[in-house]
Design a protein around this ligand. Structure first.
Ligand code: ZN
Length: 180
């Protein structure tokens, strides 16, 4: 496993905007990429809960998710996601019900913002051994899955924020500077 550089806006916009290609078989290269992606997520300076292969410059439809969670104001552990390595993940169903939550991205260091997404989804994928799986997700997991799967099509969370004023406000909060 190796830690690789995470591509970031604005420098790596062209690479991050590419559409990634499906995994056709679990080759040694694909296995090595799983390790690199996981290592890069786990050792990132900014804490992250998911990473997609195009974020480390590999246009392959692979994502990793992992979160140890955190305590909410009631001292309850929330936001826990056991390690998931998914190949060719695809959202096959979304709920009409949506919610708006705060998001950030390891590839978009300057911005955070509130993104509206479907609350519940169904995702098909292959696991790290190439077995077909179906994931029914809601809440935090549904959000992280949608964010990471978007990366495979060159879509970033900032694209979902129609009201760019919200994005600017997030920048002010993050950096303490006035934005024009
Ligand atoms: Zn991201």
């Amino acid at each position: 496993m190796a830690k690789l550089e995470i591509l970031c806006l604005p420098r790596d916009e062209a690479a991050l905007r590419q559409k990634s290609l499906p995994v056709t078989s679990i080759t040694p290269d694909i296995k090595a990429l799983m390790g690199d992606l996981l290592e890069t997520l786990r050792t990132s300076e900014r804490p992250g809960v998911g990473l997609a292969a195009p974020q480390i410059g590999k246009n392959v439809r692979m994502i990793v998710l992992e979160s140890e969670g955190w305590k909410n104001d009631k001292e309850e552990l929330v936001g826990v996601i056991p390690l998931k390595i998914l190949l060719n993940p695809e959202v096959i169903k979304v709920s009409e019900e949506k919610d708006e939550r705060f998001e950030g991205c390891l590839s978009v260091p300057a911005y955070n913002g509130y993104v509206t997404r479907p609350k519940k989804i169904k995702v098909t994928a292959l696991d790290e051994n190439g077995n077909e799986i179906l994931i029914k997700a809601s809440g935090f997991l549904a959000r992280v899955l949608q964010h990471e799967i978007d990366h495979l099509d060159g879509i970033l969370f900032i694209d979902h924020i129609k009201n760019k004023k919200k994005l600017l406000n997030a920048l002010e909060e993050t950096n303490g500077h006035e934005a024009e």
